[in-house]
Ligand binder design. Sequence first.
Ligand code: ZN
Length: 534
Amino acid sequence: MSAEVTAYVQRHEAAIAPLLKDYSIKLWNLSLEGTNPEFEQAAVESKERYLKVYNNREEFEQLKRWKAAGLCLDELTARQFKLIYDGFVPNQIEPHVLRDIVQRETQIENLFNTFRANLEGNKPSDNQLREILRTEQNPSRRRAAWEASKQIGREAAPQLLELISIRNVEARKLGYDDYYSMMFQLQELDARWVFSVFDWLEVLSEQAFVSMKTELDASLKAKYGITERENYPWLYSDPFFQEFPAAGSLDSLDDVFKDADIEALTRAHYDSIGLDIGDLLSRADLYERDGKSQHAFCMDMDRQGDIRVLCNIRKNERWMSTMLHEFGHAVYDKYNDRALPFLLRGPAHTLTTEAIAMLNGRMSKNPEWLTKIGGLKREDAERLSASAWKTLRSEMLIFLRWAITLVRFERELYRNTGQDLDRLWWEYVERFQKVTPPPDRGHAVWASKNHLATSPVYYQNYVLGELMASQLLRHIHTKVVQSESYVGNASVGRYLVENVFKPGSRYDWNTMLKRATGEDLNPDHFIAQFVEKN
Ligand SMILES: [Zn+2]
């Protein structure tokens, strides 16, 4: 029977590889030209063809029989079999429901690709709205820009709520509490453990966050001449206060990048750790255009080297960091082990590829990086280094509190879509992020966050990714380069290729991490780097 399973796994791989590639291409095309209705239809049809493989009931019955028989398979076949099995579970639904879900998901994804807000009679891009929140002195214009950035929430909320209800109905039919718990299990995440880590991070970061933010709020208010006590969301340059405000009173890192060649710096960074991204840059689509997705992502089209990055570069620190982040995903995909079977040739987990992306994305605020790669003069680097470190630490605390807000909200959203979500959203924002809710709390502001609509049950992976990034960095410092250094050392790239990229998904994520660093995922490293250290 083991031979039968092995043959099945090979047949499955041969069937799925071209379908996955076709879907990736259709999705890529749609991201570049979201206003083309043919592209939307093509993406829907391609995704459906791909998911139909996992929708086959008789095949799943066979997989269940094999699973129950407790076969003795070799390590790689057993791992592939598990991944295939987990792929079938969420797709055991009526074909017409599957089709309905795919259509709704693509529509909402495309709404986020093509929506442009309305402000002062214009249709500003996300980058333009952010520019206002970064530089505008007049508080009422800041508020108008912030509100404009939330307009998409009102459009997206009804579609999103319907989609969540359908997902929940199907997940409950499959025996899960709701779609959220199903996705946690299928992502090999233990919800109790993850939320206990979140509880713990919340408690440990509270004091550090409050004292950092008190100082930050005071400096922002002084800058804008605001005397009110409230810390309204338009005080910050990021519409969700998920990033450090670029216009704080600290020396602005944006000055460092205002004339920089962001592409060249990204290449120099990866060169310095021994990873070549020349081919990846040539396939990337990096600048703003109408109809193009305003976000940033990396897609592995075929697990054979066709890896594409989408960005909307501006010459500022945010896009420097985003480029370093996205090319972190890209090198993970590029340096996979082609000898592994197709199904095991991807990252071990979303959280592990986020970890690599975040480890590198942090560098644009790293004093060592700013001198060695950013080309800062020594005296500028010295002047900036204290503030750069402070910015990085603040950014970590700000992101952590924001992620706690979003992850907790998303879990509640799936538990009960009928509750007062606007009230819940602002309650969490106030409690975890210490941001004052606006006088008018309606309008489904929460639904303007693209991840809730387009990457469901995903955000916890960013926090776990940051924890893993800190653990990897610690290991690199103590065992690989044996100094408090990261850039300019090709052994860093070699270590990552051999221990993280090449194993692909042949092990579950925690086993891979344990093999790479000698311990299970341990939040202490993040706490030591960013909460305790001042
Ligand atoms: Zn990422």
